[in-house]
Design a protein around this ligand. Structure first.
Ligand code: ZN
Ligand code: ZN
Ligand code: ZN
Length: 262
């Protein structure tokens, strides 16, 4: 069964974030808080549970900013640094909850997580605290998270296959240049979809604003939010050129998702 949920955007920016280090451009110096974009991640809350998609290098800041008081699971899309490198910062949740936290990833991503953080998984006795994680791999099949099925959605990130997720009437598809036909079939009847929209210019591993608008039309999703945005897009101006049911995500945005789309 699918529950109603609340999605909180923890980060809406591309891999280097916005503002980008050393950049003199207008968006990097914008006074509009929506032009401040930490690395891409969302928090999904339902039935008193908190599930985070990816642990970005900004995870600590994001968890503090969103006042996250408990973390029940982490689901990973892929192992690029902008989606992974904050993993060590789940430790305070281990302390508070006095328990391990399940993390879910495809086996390739899980292998990369083990390579990046060998000390978490080596089982050696430690003189200091390391994250306590319960590593669980998923295949193509939906997996249950506290009563809500999460369906992995294969997407192409350049030549690499990574995963988006559908949970109830919402889906989150970051980093992709193409959505295979078979995956589009899994995205019918959505209330809310998040899509990668890096910029206007084509990119070998990311979707563009125009491409993602076409995806929204193709799927007929009721509402769409674009994410993984670089400094080419000024929030207000970019949004003014989009259809009303397509918006740019911004850090701190909260969206209520219905249990089932009508
Ligand atoms: Zn990314
Ligand atoms: Zn800039
Ligand atoms: Zn990536």
């Amino acid at each position: 069964m699918a529950f109603a949920s609340k999605i909180t955007v923890l980060g809406s920016g591309t891999s280097v974030g916005v503002p980008t280090i050393g950049c003199p451009c207008a968006v990097c110096h914008s006074a509009d808080p929506r032009d401040n974009r930490l690395r891409p991640s969302i928090l999904i809350s339902y039935q008193g549970r908190n599930v985070v998609v990816d642990t970005t290098p900004d995870f600590r800041t994001q968890a503090l900013r969103a006042h996250i008081e408990r973390l029940d699971a982490v689901v990973f899309t892929h192992s690029h640094a902008d989606h992974l490198m904050g993993l060590d910062d789940v430790r305070p949740f281990n302390f508070r909850q006095k328990d391990g936290i399940p993390i879910y990833a495809h086996e390739d991503t899980m292998a990369a997580i083990h390579r990046c953080f060998p000390y978490i998984f080596d089982g050696a006795k430690k003189e200091s605290n390391v994250p306590r994680l319960d590593a669980r791999t998923f295949t193509g099949e939906p997996f249950d998270l506290f009563g809500m099925p999460f369906r992995p959605i294969p997407i192409l990130h350049g030549s690499q296959t990574i995963y988006g997720f559908r949970f109830g009437a919402a889906a989150y598809l970051t980093d992709h240049s193409e959505i295979p036909e078979s995956s589009l079939e899994l995205l019918r009847g959505l209330d809310v979809i998040f899509l990668d929209a890096l910029r206007y210019k084509p990119h070998p591993t990311h979707s563009t604003v125009d491409r993602s608008v076409k995806t929204v039309e193709l799927l007929g999703a009721r509402r769409a939010f674009f994410t993984h945005i670089c400094h080419d897009l000024a929030h207000e101006r970019a949004e003014s050129m989009l259809p009303p049911h397509v918006r740019l995500a911004y850090d701190g945005l909260e969206i209520q998702v219905e249990a089932e789309a009508a």
